[in-house]
Design a binder for this molecule. Structure first.
Ligand code: G16
Length: 540
């Protein structure tokens, strides 16, 4: 087989966002677009020569075609071995686990996470480093820089690899190993959690459970773990078959998009527990009967109860949350006497803290929670953590969370998203807020206001302009940020948080409780006026 060098020209939009490069499928299908980005990865990671690479994706449209392109390029660039999930499938946390387990030189994840799929939907690619985590900014910046001057890429002419059959094949000198995407990950879960206890809980016939895979990657994982290994009825996993367009749905596990799980838990005879994950299996939403656990609370409850779970029974070293995530976990850390960190949005910022052993658990308001078992957030891991907790504490989801609030206080929390906003208007809104920062304290009971910057305590790197934070005298907070994962216009995210220590006031409806702060958020930023929107598109 001959290695070919193909002449190419740079594209001007290959800067990775919050989590890799995400664009419309049609953009990725343009000649050279994917190839340039992949070649840039190989160019800035010379250690991939002679090494092993994990490759897989969430099964969305263009996944299989992209994998064939990447395999040819990996062979042409001198990789020795590629581990690929059968049918091109691997959840993001499973990629992270495989990189760590087989000590590979990294991995390539093909996903646009929760963004819709299909020929008109989104696609994405990101590189994970040998620690299993998303590449840090130093690496993504280098990849981006390389894409700006790229002039050729390397590939090999050969027939497509058979991705359906488990086993070994060859492309030139490179071995391609098509592997079971689920088995290694399921074994890891069995080490961390007490499967006997969970089996007793969910296999007993009285506990009603539902997991919504949203026609995305977690279908096969949930079926193997919840049904085959833990004895849940097959009907407990809904929308279990991964589809290239996610069945036309939006694989985002929140109250708006995962409404089937919400409906199943609603009412007096609602299910005891329901959960959902996203396109690539790293996000989670946890529900009890008539009860939604905010991701911020979920992290805090996990931190407070980690000692009850086998994989964490020796205690946790510290906890981290992204800046817009509520401070609920900080309160637990304070009581446990462990470190708490506030990082910019993006899982990549947890990597150094996990590698250095400074934290064991981390999470984000954007439905992501995880631990040091991998270097990605992990949807099914979170579901199993909760099931294990329910089995040990023998209480309902609602009881566990309300008891948590009684002990630590409640951080009421909501996020309002304005999607597809005119990019210029969104930038102006942020600039307006930034310039008003010095004048805000002292008005509207505002105690402090800043533009969040983060200095990584491990490597000292500094990341600036990560969101406008406004803190109030009573501990409430408003945060404004522009999303780094959207592909159309700009998405403005407004995060609102209010602390309530009084148990008599901890059971109010969230939007009602937050109304004054919601109105003030509009007044301070001029959201309606600048975006032309009367209301957010999504409230979580
Ligand atoms: C990614 C990142 C997360 C981030 C989320 C939303 O998640 O890994 O850290 O919180 O995007 O980011 P943004 O607010 O910039 O849209 P995922 O699940 O999309 O990979």
């Amino acid at each position: 087989m001959t290695i070919r060098e193909i002449a190419t020209t740079p594209f001007d939009d290959q800067k990775p966002g919050t989590s890799g490069l995400r664009k419309k499928v049609t953009r990725f299908q343009e000649s050279g677009y994917l190839e340039n980005f992949v070649q840039a990865i190989f160019d800035v990671r010379p250690d991939l020569v002679g090494g092993t690479l994990v490759i897989g994706g969430d099964g969305r449209y263009f996944n299989l075609a992209a994998i064939q392109i990447i395999l040819r390029m990996a062979a042409a660039n001198g990789a020795a071995r590629a581990l690929v999930g059968q049918n091109g499938l691997l959840s993001t946390p499973a990629v992270s686990h495989l990189i760590r387990k087989f000590e590979t030189r990294g991995g390539i994840v093909l996903s646009a996470s929760h963004n819709p799929g299909g020929p008109d939907g989104d696609f994405g690619i990101k590189f994970n480093t040998p620690n299993g985590g998303p590449a840090p900014e130093s690496v993504t910046d280098a990849i981006h820089k390389r894409t700006q001057s790229i002039q050729k890429y390397r590939t090999i002419e050969c027939a497509d690899i058979d991705l359906q059959t488990i086993g070994r094949q060859k492309i030139g000198e490179m071995t391609v190993e098509v592997i079971d995407p689920v088995a290694d990950y399921a074994d890891l879960m069995a080490e961390l959690f007490d499967f006997d206890a969970i089996r007793n809980l969910i296999g007993g016939g009285t506990f009603r459970l539902c997991f919504d895979a949203m026609h995305a990657i977690t279908g096969p994982y949930a079926t193997e773990i919840l049904v085959n290994r833990l004895g849940a009825p097959e009907s407990a996993v809904i929308n279990a078959t991964p589809l290239p367009d996610f069945g036309g749905g939006h694989p985002d596990p929140n109250l708006t998009h995962a409404h089937e799980a919400v409906e199943l838990t609603t009412g007096e005879d609602g299910a005891d527990f329901a959960a959902a994950s996203d396109g690539d299996g790293d996000r989670n939403m946890i529900l009890g009967r008539n009860f939604f656990v905010t991701p911020s609370d979920s992290l805090a409850v996990m931190a407070a109860n980690a000692h009850l779970i086998r994989g964490y029974q020796d205690g946790i070293s510290g906890v981290a949350r992204s800046m817009p995530t509520s401070a609920a976990a900080d309160r637990v850390a304070q009581q446990l006497g462990i470190e708490a960190f506030e990082t910019p949005t993006g899982w990549k910022f947890f990597g150094n803290l996990l590698d250095a052993g400074r934290i064991t658990l981390c999470g984000e308001e954007s439905f992501g929670t995880g631990s040091n078992h991998v270097r990605e957030k992990d949807g099914l891991w979170a579901v199993l953590f909760w099931l294990n907790l329910l089995a040990v504490r023998k209480q309902s989801v609602a009881q566990i969370v309300t008891e948590h609030w009684a002990t630590f206080g409640r951080n009421y929390y909501t996020r309002h998203d304005y999607e597809g906003v005119d990019a210029g208007a969104a930038t102006e809104l942020m600039n307006h807020l930034r310039s008003s920062l010095p004048h805000l304290p002292g008005t509207h009971d505002i105690a402090w206001a800043d533009d969040f910057a983060y200095e990584d305590p491990v490597d000292g790197s500094r990341t600036e302009q990560q969101g406008i934070r406004i803190g109030f005298e009573d501990g409430s907070r408003i945060v404004y940020r522009l999303s780094g994962t959207g592909t159309v216009g700009a998405t403005l995210r407004v995060y609102l948080e209010a602390f309530e220590a009084d148990t008599g006031k901890q059971n109010l409806e969230t939007q009602t409780r937050m109304q004054p702060l919601i109105e003030l958020a509009d007044t301070l930023a001029g959201i309606r006026e600048r975006t032309g929107r009367d209301a957010p598109d999504v409230i979580t």
